[in-house]
Design a binder for this molecule. Structure first.
Ligand code: 4GN
Length: 244
């Protein structure tokens, strides 16, 4: 996958894109990443990229011509998603990340100041995504969150093939608890089923823990999750106070 970011702060990506899983993905040739400076397209000897809003009100707006030149310089194909990170976008979910992870190329546009000239949206943005209902000073951190969520779903990026299938949200549920050695930590032990060696029992227990945690913390997720008859029975028991 090729990911190209347009930003006023390309150096913000250096650390995140050079460590851990991101670096592995690049090292393995699974990710080609670049961050380009929008300021290079100002076409102005003062490298000006913003201006005050028509109608007043203060704050600064990223200029349309500058951003359009920056996007056009990347020569997006007709089907290349050109994504603006913004609090007004559709929410980033597992499904959105999974869909983007199947693309060959993504262009991410990071705004700053109070916003970008609306004509950029009309002419050059194909998708607008938000990482949550809050405002950031720029789109860079949102872009890095999106990149991380997308890249870890590219086949071959994470070592253990398919470990992502059990992630929270991958099947519409939150994951249950995990344990590793030692067997006792400050008097707290490990659920016996996990050391029983009984694989089917472990899977059943994990499923129930995921259902329970989702029911307690994010009950609205259960409305959209794919549930078996056994799942529904367990949830009914939970609701009746007849299971733990
Ligand atoms: C994205 C960008 C929040 C998000 C942003 C988000 C920069 N804030 N929730 N801030 O994903 C106006 C133009 C604000 C750029 C934008």
């Amino acid at each position: 996958m090729k990911i190209e970011v347009l930003t006023l702060f390309p150096n913000m990506f250096d650390g995140v894109m050079s460590e851990s899983m991101m670096w592995k993905a690049r090292d393995r040739g699974l990710l080609d990443f670049s961050a380009r400076d929008i300021r290079d397209y100002s076409g102005d000897k003062h490298r000006k990229v913003d201006d005050s809003p028509y109608g007043g009100g203060g704050g600064m707006i990223l200029k349309a011509d500058v951003l359009l030149r920056a996007i056009e310089a990347l020569e997006p194909e007709a089907d290349t998603p050109v994504i603006l990170l913004s609090p007004q976008g559709r929410l980033l979910t597992h499904e959105a990340a999974a869909e983007l992870s199947r693309r060959e190329r993504l262009i991410l546009v990071c705004g700053h100041y109070e916003g970008v000239d609306e004509r950029v949206r009309e002419l050059a943005i194909s998708d607008e995504i938000s990482i949550g209902d809050y405002v950031l000073t720029g789109g860079e951190l949102a872009a890095m969150v999106l990149i991380d969520a997308v890249v870890r779903l590219i086949p071959g990026v994470l070592g253990a093939e398919g470990a992502q299938q059990r992630d929270s949200h991958a099947d519409g549920l939150l994951e249950g608890p995990h344990y590793t050695r030692p067997p006792e930590v400050r008097g707290l032990t490990v659920p016996e089923v996990l050391t029983s060696g009984h694989h089917a029992e472990v899977e059943r227990w994990r499923r129930q823990q995921a259902l329970k945690r989702t029911w307690l913390r994010r009950p609205e997720l259960l409305e959209r999750a794919e549930l078996s008859e056994a799942d529904r029975e367990y949830l009914a028991q939970l609701a009746a106070g007849a299971a733990d």
